[in-house]
Design a protein around this ligand. Structure first.
Ligand code: HEM
Length: 245
């Protein structure tokens, strides 16, 4: 059903691009519209409609748990790496590692691993079930990615509407989600290489699984640095990720 001119907005709430817009007609009828798919129709027939970007509580909670778990995993992982470096020329300074020694680092690494995996599964499952991934991260085309990347590099990318991710954000978030899957699977192949022979073989053997794990970690760290820089450039997005509005 579509709004008619005699209807007015009585309540507007927005939950990540799927605001429920309640309309009341003069006859007392109430209809619910799903933003953004139907809001444009509703907008044309009303005086004012206020939609603001929000981040649902479950996204914020899983995001921050994920960020903390990744920091613990990476810094303890560097300490584990130092005990047997894949690239002898590369050793991580003790000051940026966690655990103090191999045994301590492994305890941190395994403890944070359960948090990361459980939290990540909850984040992915809830995004899929709620359809949020489809709404927030798709559609994504090469054309829009190239266009937004060019705009970003020339400082012309607009950040007025925080309820939508631009193509660069979509690609970065999709890439890091896939990367976390690779980190987890390659880690599993190293940790339980006897129990998961197929996974170990898919990773090209035990030694190669270590290399895969190392490069997946490197991508995660590069994402982390760029992500924090991008967030610093748009501080409103940080407020949104902390308080939800
Ligand atoms: C490696 C650790 C991190 C990972 C893997 C990560 C991943 C992500 C992902 C996947 C999203 C999209 C969330 C969604 O809408 O479903 C996101 C958004 C966001 N993250 Fe992180 N994040 C990390 C660390 C951080 C840190 C340290 C900060 C704080 C400076 C931060 C601030 C934000 C903010 C503000 C947003 C929303 C920004 C926006 O509108 O684009 N993240 N992050």
């Amino acid at each position: 059903m579509h709004p008619k001119n005699d209807k007015k907005v009585i309540n507007v709430s927005c939950v990540h691009q799927c605001a429920i817009v309640k309309m009341r007609s003069s006859g007392g009828f109430i209809a619910l519209y799903n933003y953004p798919y139907e809001a444009s129709l509703a907008q044309s027939s009303t005086q004012s409609i206020k939609l603001s970007a929000t981040q649902p509580g479950w996204v914020r909670i899983t995001h921050w748990i994920n960020a903390l778990a990744v920091v613990v995993m990476v810094t303890s992982g560097w300490q584990v790496y130092n005990a047997s470096p894949i690239f002898p020329a590369l050793v991580f300074p003790a000051s940026i590692t966690l655990g103090g020694w191999l045994g301590g680092a492994l305890l941190w690494h395994f403890a944070a691993m359960w948090v990361l995996v459980a939290n990540f599964l909850i984040y992915v499952a809830m995004n899929i079930v709620s359809g949020r991934f489809r709404r927030k991260l798709f559609p994504l085309s090469v054309k829009s990615l190239v266009g937004d990347l060019r705009a970003a590099l020339t400082g012309k990318l607009k950040h007025d509407d925080l309820s939508h991710y631009n193509a660069v954000q979509k690609a970065a978030y999709l890439a890091v989600i896939v990367d976390i899957v690779v980190v987890i699977l390659s880690g599993l192949a190293i940790w339980k290489s006897v129990q998961f022979p197929l996974l170990r073989d898919l990773m090209g053997g035990y030694d190669n699984a270590r290399v895969v794990h190392f490069f997946a970690m490197s991508f995660l760290v590069a994402f982390f640095v760029l992500h924090v820089v991008m967030v610093a450039l748009v501080p409103r997005s940080l407020l949104l990720m902390i308080r939800g509005r």
